[in-house]
Design a protein around this ligand. Structure first.
Ligand SMILES: Cc1cc2nc3c(=O)[nH]c(=O)nc-3n(C[C@H](O)[C@H](O)[C@H](O)COP(=O)(O)O)c2cc1C
Ligand code: SF4
Length: 477
């Protein structure tokens, strides 16, 4: 079903009113859009040249040894030239067993030089276009993929609903306390390598159901890393402590965090829409969820965690929601699901509204901690009008785009030049990029991901091949 039917800002405004998505507000004045999105933001010691961000976007196109490869360099060259001043470098594993796919970036002693080259490429291309690079911030997202690691899942705790979604036994063993004790060593080593490669901003990835994000919801986990909020944040604190002891004020400390887990959804066989797996209440799992109704958020714990992280050194927070593997409509409101996945269970505008409401509430609670907003791509051409309104109203400091940067990496340049985006280049949230991410039937164990409809020359043939192997495999089943 087509939900995005708006040809003009006025039509979108009417749709917003009709649905009552009251946190979605739109700035229509081009000059005001440019002013809000052109605002510098002070993050630690860096003053970014504007308030436009590129979210971390994995291309699943690294080499088997974890180094960036040809398509990775191509993506970051485009991002460097694109004009956004906050370029969030994608998920990069700190240990091999924490990689989400065989081509996920993984920083090691052997390939640190390749990371230095790609970091340099971003700055160089940015300098070539805009004459300076001292106002660009490039946090590297350091990660352990936890439950979504390959070939072996490494889970933080047993959640029977998530286990059911992925056909896992309820008694699948969780990562041990001893293993978690050693995790900060790996994050410190990864950070040292990133620093050696030139990165001066570190992102601790606590989002989308990966290990540290899942750990925040491990209320039923026994031992030192489960139960109380102090226990569930113990690894995060330890990593920040180690980072600060090593780097002091030489780096900017960042984190991307899912502040609302929600529950797993599956496809309703009749309607093809997503439906939540049945849950009991009080729901004993998850982070940022209301125990009485886990379909709704409860931000009391995220607020406590953000306050703690600020004490530990946090200087920039990228706010995200949900888990792309079990409730993708929450994190990435979409028009069309990836093949085999569910149709959205709600109008995507409600998903956008949820993002704006939650990020706004957090930004207003912590006005001195700059935050980056998520969930704008579904608004297509009008995403910048919403971003500008949120910034002008103090509901966020940075406007971030995810999927749209795959189709339109230089969106920020067009905002600065024209105050508008081109209809023929904006992402239509058709989700082929996610489809590609999920395809493993490739000689390297993973198809690269990008935007087949709008970056056709490169990703058109890749999509064709991925579809053919997917169809063949579906027929065999
Ligand atoms: C292909 C693809 C790769 C992504 N890679 C990452 C990643 O490396 N790290 C991360 O935190 N989020 C990642 N995301 C999530 C996006 O950063 C973003 O949160 C999401 O797409 C919603 O924003 P949007 O509506 O602007 O697309 C990825 C999403 C897609 C579709
Ligand atoms: S494939 Fe392209 S158009 Fe589709 S969601 Fe991804 S970036 Fe957007």
């Amino acid at each position: 079903m087509k939900n995005f039917t708006y040809r003009t800002l006025t039509e979108l405004r009417r749709g917003v009113e009709k649905l009552g998505a009251r946190h979605v507000r739109l700035e229509s004045d081009v000059v005001k859009v440019q002013e809000a999105l052109g605002r510098p933001v002070q993050v630690g010691t860096v003053r970014t040249g504007n308030s436009m961000a590129i979210h971390p976007m994995e291309g699943c196109d690294g080499r088997l040894d974890g180094a960036p490869d040809e398509l990775t360099y191509r993506r970051y060259e485009r991002f460097g030239r694109g004009g956004a001043k906050l370029i969030w470098f994608e998920a990069t594993a700190v240990v091999q067993e924490g990689r989400a796919n065989t081509r996920q970036l993984w920083i090691t002693r052997e390939n640190v030089g390749d990371f230095a080259r790609i970091h340099d490429l971003i700055l160089r291309t940015h300098r070539e276009e805009y004459g300076r690079d001292d106002d660009v911030l490039i946090p590297i997202q350091l990660t352990h993929s936890g439950r979504y690691s390959v070939p072996k899942r490494i889970i933080a705790y047993n959640n029977p609903l998530i286990a059911r979604k992925f056909n896992m036994p309820d008694d699948y063993p969780a990562i041990t306390d001893d293993e978690l004790d050693r995790l900060p060593d790996a994050f410190l080593e990864g950070a040292k390598l990133a620093y050696a490669a030139g990165f001066r901003a570190l992102d601790l990835k606590v989002t989308h159901g990966y290990l540290l994000s899942e750990l925040l919801g491990a209320k039923t986990r026994p031992g030192r890393y489960g139960g109380s909020l102090e226990n569930r944040t113990r690894v995060i604190k330890e990593i920040f402590d180690r980072w600060k002891a090593e780097f002091g004020s030489r780096v900017t400390y960042c984190s991307r965090m899912s502040v609302f887990d929600g529950v797993p959804y599956v496809t309703d066989p009749e309607t093809k829409r997503g439906v939540p797996l049945p849950f009991g209440t009080p729901y004993p799992h998850g982070y940022g969820v209301s125990p009485e109704n886990p379909l709704e958020d409860d931000l009391s714990e995220p607020k406590q965690v953000i306050a703690m992280m600020k004490e530990w050194g946090l200087q920039l927070l990228n706010v995200s929601l949900g888990c792309p593997y079990y409730n993708p409509h929450i994190g990435r409101p979409f028009e069309k699901p990836d093949e085999g996945n569910y149709e959205p269970p709600e109008h995507p505008l409600f998903g956008v509204d949820r993002h704006f409401r939650i990020a706004g509430e957090l930004q207003n609670t912590f006005p001195d901690l700059p935050m980056v907003g998520t969930g704008y791509s579904w608004l297509q051409r009008f995403s910048i009008n919403a971003g500008a309104a949120n910034i002008a109203d103090g509901n966020i400091r940075f406007f971030g785009l995810g999927r749209n940067v795959l189709s339109y990496p230089d969106y920020a340049r067009d905002v600065m030049r024209h105050g508008e985006l081109e209809e023929l280049r904006v992402c239509k949230t058709l989700t082929y990029c996610t489809f590609l991410m999920r395809q493993k039937d490739h000689p390297l164990g993973q198809f690269p991901s990008g935007c087949p409809p709008f970056d056709k020359l490169v990703y058109g043939p890749i999509m064709k091949e991925a579809r053919e192997t997917y169809r063949k495999a579906s027929k065999k089943e």
